[in-house]
Design a protein around this ligand. Sequence first.
Ligand code: SAM
Length: 289
Amino acid sequence: MNYRHAYHAGNFADVVKHAVMAQILQRLLAKPAPLLVLDAFAGIGLYNLAGVEAQKTGEAARGIQRIWPPPPASGALGQGLAPYLEVVRALNPRGPLALYPGSPELALRMLRPQDRLALVELHPDDCAQLRRNYARDPRVEVHQRDGFEALPALLPPKERRGLVLVDPPYEQPDEAARLVKSLGRAYRRWPTGVYALWYPIKERGPAEALLEAMRAVIPRRLLVAELTVFAQEQAFRLNGCGLALVNPPWQLDQALGELLARLQPLLAQEGGGHRVEWLVGEGTPDHEP
Ligand code: SAM
Protein backbone atom coordinates (compact mmCIF):
# COMPACT_ATOMS: atom_id res chain seq x y z
CA MET A 1 0.00 0.00 0.00
CA ASN A 2 1.96 2.98 -1.27
CA TYR A 3 -0.89 5.38 -1.91
CA ARG A 4 -1.31 8.19 0.63
CA HIS A 5 -4.07 10.65 -0.10
CA ALA A 6 -2.25 13.51 1.68
CA TYR A 7 -0.20 13.98 -1.54
CA HIS A 8 -3.35 14.50 -3.60
CA ALA A 9 -5.77 16.28 -1.25
CA GLY A 10 -7.70 19.08 -2.90
CA ASN A 11 -6.68 18.16 -6.45
CA PHE A 12 -9.18 18.48 -9.31
CA ALA A 13 -10.37 14.92 -8.80
CA ASP A 14 -11.12 15.64 -5.12
CA VAL A 15 -13.05 18.76 -6.10
CA VAL A 16 -15.22 16.78 -8.53
CA LYS A 17 -15.75 13.85 -6.14
CA HIS A 18 -16.51 16.00 -3.09
CA ALA A 19 -18.75 18.48 -4.93
CA VAL A 20 -20.81 15.56 -6.30
CA MET A 21 -20.87 13.86 -2.90
CA ALA A 22 -22.15 17.07 -1.23
CA GLN A 23 -24.91 17.32 -3.85
CA ILE A 24 -26.02 13.76 -3.13
CA LEU A 25 -25.95 14.27 0.63
CA GLN A 26 -27.88 17.52 0.41
CA ARG A 27 -30.68 15.67 -1.38
CA LEU A 28 -30.68 12.68 0.99
CA LEU A 29 -30.75 15.03 3.99
CA ALA A 30 -33.92 16.68 2.75
CA LYS A 31 -35.85 13.86 4.45
CA PRO A 32 -35.81 13.61 8.26
CA ALA A 33 -35.28 9.83 8.50
CA PRO A 34 -31.75 8.85 9.62
CA LEU A 35 -29.18 7.74 7.10
CA LEU A 36 -25.86 5.97 6.94
CA VAL A 37 -22.80 7.12 5.03
CA LEU A 38 -20.38 4.25 4.47
CA ASP A 39 -16.97 5.48 3.29
CA ALA A 40 -15.16 2.27 2.31
CA PHE A 41 -11.79 3.90 1.45
CA ALA A 42 -11.76 6.79 3.86
CA GLY A 43 -8.21 8.21 3.98
CA ILE A 44 -7.47 10.34 7.07
CA GLY A 45 -10.42 12.70 6.79
CA LEU A 46 -8.79 16.10 7.03
CA TYR A 47 -5.74 17.45 5.19
CA ASN A 48 -3.28 20.25 5.88
CA LEU A 49 -2.55 21.90 2.54
CA ALA A 50 0.57 23.52 4.02
CA GLY A 51 1.90 20.08 5.02
CA VAL A 52 4.96 18.47 3.44
CA GLU A 53 2.95 15.98 1.37
CA ALA A 54 0.54 18.50 -0.19
CA GLN A 55 3.34 21.00 -0.80
CA LYS A 56 5.46 18.38 -2.51
CA THR A 57 2.96 17.80 -5.34
CA GLY A 58 1.18 21.16 -5.35
CA GLU A 59 -1.91 19.41 -6.73
CA ALA A 60 -4.35 21.64 -4.84
CA ALA A 61 -3.14 24.58 -6.95
CA ARG A 62 -4.84 22.95 -9.95
CA GLY A 63 -7.85 21.91 -7.87
CA ILE A 64 -9.53 23.66 -4.94
CA GLN A 65 -7.27 26.70 -5.28
CA ARG A 66 -8.74 27.34 -8.75
CA ILE A 67 -12.11 28.03 -7.14
CA TRP A 68 -10.99 29.44 -3.78
CA PRO A 69 -11.77 32.02 -2.59
CA PRO A 70 -15.09 31.91 -4.40
CA PRO A 71 -16.13 35.14 -6.12
CA PRO A 72 -18.07 37.46 -3.74
CA ALA A 73 -21.18 37.65 -5.97
CA SER A 74 -23.39 34.99 -4.47
CA GLY A 75 -24.07 32.14 -6.82
CA ALA A 76 -21.35 33.17 -9.32
CA LEU A 77 -20.03 29.59 -9.24
CA GLY A 78 -23.54 28.16 -9.38
CA GLN A 79 -25.73 26.81 -6.60
CA GLY A 80 -24.46 23.29 -7.20
CA LEU A 81 -21.09 24.00 -5.56
CA ALA A 82 -22.61 25.71 -2.52
CA PRO A 83 -22.91 22.75 -0.09
CA TYR A 84 -19.31 21.69 -0.79
CA LEU A 85 -17.90 25.22 -0.53
CA GLU A 86 -19.78 25.79 2.73
CA VAL A 87 -17.79 22.98 4.32
CA VAL A 88 -14.50 24.32 2.94
CA ARG A 89 -15.43 27.75 4.31
CA ALA A 90 -16.31 26.38 7.74
CA LEU A 91 -12.82 24.85 7.92
CA ASN A 92 -11.11 28.02 6.74
CA PRO A 93 -13.15 30.80 8.34
CA ARG A 94 -10.42 33.44 8.01
CA GLY A 95 -10.37 33.04 4.21
CA PRO A 96 -7.00 31.64 3.10
CA LEU A 97 -7.08 27.94 2.44
CA ALA A 98 -5.22 25.88 5.04
CA LEU A 99 -7.36 22.78 5.64
CA TYR A 100 -9.07 20.58 3.08
CA PRO A 101 -11.97 18.23 3.94
CA GLY A 102 -11.60 14.62 2.89
CA SER A 103 -14.77 12.62 2.38
CA PRO A 104 -15.20 11.73 6.12
CA GLU A 105 -14.93 15.37 7.21
CA LEU A 106 -17.29 16.51 4.46
CA ALA A 107 -19.85 13.88 5.42
CA LEU A 108 -19.63 14.56 9.12
CA ARG A 109 -20.05 18.30 8.70
CA MET A 110 -23.22 17.72 6.69
CA LEU A 111 -24.76 14.88 8.71
CA ARG A 112 -27.27 15.43 11.54
CA PRO A 113 -27.34 13.92 15.05
CA GLN A 114 -29.60 11.05 13.91
CA ASP A 115 -27.23 9.97 11.10
CA ARG A 116 -24.28 7.59 11.17
CA LEU A 117 -20.88 7.51 9.46
CA ALA A 118 -18.98 4.24 9.00
CA LEU A 119 -15.35 4.69 7.97
CA VAL A 120 -13.18 1.92 6.56
CA GLU A 121 -9.43 2.34 6.02
CA LEU A 122 -6.84 -0.41 5.67
CA HIS A 123 -3.60 1.53 6.09
CA PRO A 124 -2.62 1.27 9.79
CA ASP A 125 -1.25 4.83 10.09
CA ASP A 126 -4.14 6.40 8.21
CA CYS A 127 -6.66 4.40 10.19
CA ALA A 128 -5.02 5.47 13.47
CA GLN A 129 -5.27 9.08 12.32
CA LEU A 130 -8.94 8.59 11.43
CA ARG A 131 -9.57 7.25 14.92
CA ARG A 132 -7.80 10.22 16.49
CA ASN A 133 -9.85 12.61 14.36
CA TYR A 134 -13.32 11.07 14.68
CA ALA A 135 -13.73 8.16 17.06
CA ARG A 136 -15.01 10.41 19.88
CA ASP A 137 -18.03 11.40 17.78
CA PRO A 138 -20.89 9.03 18.72
CA ARG A 139 -22.12 9.04 15.12
CA VAL A 140 -18.85 7.58 13.84
CA GLU A 141 -17.46 4.06 13.70
CA VAL A 142 -13.97 3.37 12.34
CA HIS A 143 -12.96 -0.02 10.91
CA GLN A 144 -9.46 -1.05 9.99
CA ARG A 145 -10.23 -3.61 7.33
CA ASP A 146 -10.32 -4.22 3.60
CA GLY A 147 -12.88 -1.94 1.96
CA PHE A 148 -13.78 -4.43 -0.78
CA GLU A 149 -14.64 -7.00 1.84
CA ALA A 150 -16.28 -4.49 4.22
CA LEU A 151 -18.67 -3.18 1.57
CA PRO A 152 -21.03 -6.12 1.44
CA ALA A 153 -20.31 -7.09 5.06
CA LEU A 154 -21.54 -3.75 6.50
CA LEU A 155 -24.67 -3.64 4.34
CA PRO A 156 -27.62 -3.32 4.48
CA PRO A 157 -27.65 -0.68 7.24
CA LYS A 158 -30.35 -0.54 9.90
CA GLU A 159 -31.27 2.96 8.67
CA ARG A 160 -32.23 1.56 5.24
CA ARG A 161 -31.21 4.86 3.59
CA GLY A 162 -27.82 6.21 2.79
CA LEU A 163 -24.77 6.72 0.63
CA VAL A 164 -21.88 4.33 0.03
CA LEU A 165 -18.69 5.97 -1.23
CA VAL A 166 -16.18 3.71 -2.95
CA ASP A 167 -12.90 5.48 -3.64
CA PRO A 168 -10.00 3.02 -3.89
CA PRO A 169 -6.53 4.13 -4.98
CA TYR A 170 -6.43 1.88 -8.10
CA GLU A 171 -2.79 1.05 -7.40
CA GLN A 172 -3.10 -2.74 -7.79
CA PRO A 173 -3.81 -4.28 -11.20
CA ASP A 174 -6.73 -6.32 -9.84
CA GLU A 175 -8.47 -3.43 -8.07
CA ALA A 176 -11.05 -2.72 -10.78
CA ALA A 177 -12.10 -6.37 -10.83
CA ARG A 178 -12.29 -6.51 -7.03
CA LEU A 179 -14.34 -3.32 -7.02
CA VAL A 180 -16.93 -4.69 -9.44
CA LYS A 181 -17.21 -7.98 -7.57
CA SER A 182 -17.62 -6.18 -4.28
CA LEU A 183 -20.15 -3.73 -5.74
CA GLY A 184 -22.18 -6.62 -7.14
CA ARG A 185 -22.28 -8.34 -3.75
CA ALA A 186 -23.12 -5.09 -1.94
CA TYR A 187 -25.90 -4.28 -4.42
CA ARG A 188 -27.47 -7.70 -4.05
CA ARG A 189 -27.54 -7.20 -0.28
CA TRP A 190 -28.81 -3.63 -0.52
CA PRO A 191 -30.33 -2.80 -3.91
CA THR A 192 -31.92 0.48 -2.79
CA GLY A 193 -28.76 2.16 -1.45
CA VAL A 194 -27.13 5.08 -3.22
CA TYR A 195 -23.59 4.19 -4.33
CA ALA A 196 -20.92 6.58 -5.65
CA LEU A 197 -17.83 4.93 -7.15
CA TRP A 198 -14.94 7.14 -8.15
CA TYR A 199 -12.73 6.07 -11.07
CA PRO A 200 -9.70 7.59 -12.80
CA ILE A 201 -9.60 8.44 -16.49
CA LYS A 202 -6.09 7.98 -17.84
CA GLU A 203 -6.64 6.10 -21.09
CA ARG A 204 -10.28 5.74 -22.16
CA GLY A 205 -10.11 1.96 -22.61
CA PRO A 206 -9.73 0.87 -18.97
CA ALA A 207 -12.34 3.41 -17.79
CA GLU A 208 -14.83 2.13 -20.36
CA ALA A 209 -14.05 -1.47 -19.45
CA LEU A 210 -14.73 -0.70 -15.78
CA LEU A 211 -18.08 0.92 -16.61
CA GLU A 212 -19.01 -1.99 -18.84
CA ALA A 213 -18.26 -4.41 -15.99
CA MET A 214 -20.38 -2.33 -13.59
CA ARG A 215 -23.24 -2.45 -16.06
CA ALA A 216 -23.15 -6.20 -15.81
CA VAL A 217 -23.80 -6.14 -12.04
CA ILE A 218 -26.16 -3.14 -11.81
CA PRO A 219 -29.43 -3.92 -13.56
CA ARG A 220 -30.94 -0.45 -13.29
CA ARG A 221 -30.32 3.23 -12.48
CA LEU A 222 -26.61 3.66 -13.16
CA LEU A 223 -25.55 7.21 -14.00
CA VAL A 224 -22.05 8.40 -14.88
CA ALA A 225 -20.67 11.89 -14.32
CA GLU A 226 -17.22 12.60 -15.78
CA LEU A 227 -14.93 15.57 -16.08
CA THR A 228 -11.66 15.70 -18.02
CA VAL A 229 -9.03 18.43 -17.80
CA PHE A 230 -6.96 17.48 -20.87
CA ALA A 231 -8.20 16.97 -24.42
CA GLN A 232 -5.56 14.34 -25.19
CA GLU A 233 -5.61 11.09 -23.28
CA GLN A 234 -2.24 9.89 -22.01
CA ALA A 235 -1.60 6.77 -19.99
CA PHE A 236 0.85 8.31 -17.51
CA ARG A 237 -1.30 11.13 -16.18
CA LEU A 238 -4.75 11.68 -14.70
CA ASN A 239 -6.63 13.23 -17.62
CA GLY A 240 -9.95 13.22 -15.83
CA CYS A 241 -12.14 11.29 -13.45
CA GLY A 242 -15.65 10.01 -13.13
CA LEU A 243 -18.25 8.89 -10.66
CA ALA A 244 -20.49 5.93 -11.35
CA LEU A 245 -23.68 6.59 -9.40
CA VAL A 246 -26.13 3.83 -8.54
CA ASN A 247 -29.65 4.94 -7.55
CA PRO A 248 -28.79 8.66 -7.65
CA PRO A 249 -31.41 10.90 -6.00
CA TRP A 250 -34.14 12.33 -8.18
CA GLN A 251 -32.98 15.03 -10.62
CA LEU A 252 -29.32 14.65 -9.65
CA ASP A 253 -28.51 14.06 -13.34
CA GLN A 254 -29.71 17.54 -14.23
CA ALA A 255 -27.95 19.16 -11.26
CA LEU A 256 -24.65 17.42 -12.08
CA GLY A 257 -24.88 18.52 -15.72
CA GLU A 258 -25.00 22.13 -14.52
CA LEU A 259 -22.36 21.61 -11.83
CA LEU A 260 -19.80 20.00 -14.13
CA ALA A 261 -20.42 22.52 -16.91
CA ARG A 262 -19.47 25.29 -14.43
CA LEU A 263 -16.51 23.43 -12.95
CA GLN A 264 -14.90 22.17 -16.14
CA PRO A 265 -13.55 25.48 -17.52
CA LEU A 266 -12.30 26.39 -14.04
CA LEU A 267 -10.39 23.12 -13.63
CA ALA A 268 -9.29 22.61 -17.26
CA GLN A 269 -5.57 22.35 -17.92
CA GLU A 270 -5.55 21.82 -21.71
CA GLY A 271 -9.11 21.48 -22.92
CA GLY A 272 -11.17 18.49 -21.83
CA GLY A 273 -14.90 18.29 -21.22
CA HIS A 274 -17.63 16.65 -19.20
CA ARG A 275 -20.52 14.22 -19.57
CA VAL A 276 -23.47 13.11 -17.47
CA GLU A 277 -25.15 10.06 -18.92
CA TRP A 278 -27.38 7.17 -17.85
CA LEU A 279 -25.57 3.88 -18.52
CA VAL A 280 -28.53 1.87 -17.34
CA GLY A 281 -31.97 3.49 -17.62
CA GLU A 282 -33.71 5.51 -14.95
CA GLY A 283 -35.96 2.65 -13.93
CA THR A 284 -39.28 3.11 -12.26
CA PRO A 285 -40.11 6.67 -11.20
CA ASP A 286 -41.46 5.49 -7.82
CA HIS A 287 -38.03 4.15 -6.88
CA GLU A 288 -36.87 7.16 -4.91
CA PRO A 289 -34.08 6.39 -2.41
N1 SAM B 1 -12.14 8.91 0.12
C1 SAM B 1 -11.03 9.76 0.58
C2 SAM B 1 -11.41 11.20 0.40
O1 SAM B 1 -12.13 11.52 -0.56
O2 SAM B 1 -11.01 12.03 1.22
C3 SAM B 1 -9.76 9.43 -0.17
C4 SAM B 1 -9.41 7.98 -0.22
S1 SAM B 1 -7.92 7.59 -1.04
C5 SAM B 1 -8.28 7.87 -2.72
C6 SAM B 1 -7.92 5.83 -0.92
C7 SAM B 1 -7.66 5.29 0.48
O3 SAM B 1 -7.90 3.88 0.46
C8 SAM B 1 -6.24 5.47 0.98
O4 SAM B 1 -6.28 6.13 2.22
C9 SAM B 1 -5.69 4.05 1.16
O5 SAM B 1 -4.85 3.90 2.30
C10 SAM B 1 -6.97 3.26 1.34
N2 SAM B 1 -6.90 1.84 0.92
C11 SAM B 1 -6.12 1.26 -0.02
N3 SAM B 1 -6.47 -0.04 -0.18
C12 SAM B 1 -7.49 -0.27 0.69
C13 SAM B 1 -8.30 -1.41 0.98
N4 SAM B 1 -8.13 -2.58 0.34
N5 SAM B 1 -9.27 -1.27 1.88
C14 SAM B 1 -9.49 -0.09 2.55
N6 SAM B 1 -8.74 1.01 2.31
C15 SAM B 1 -7.76 0.93 1.39
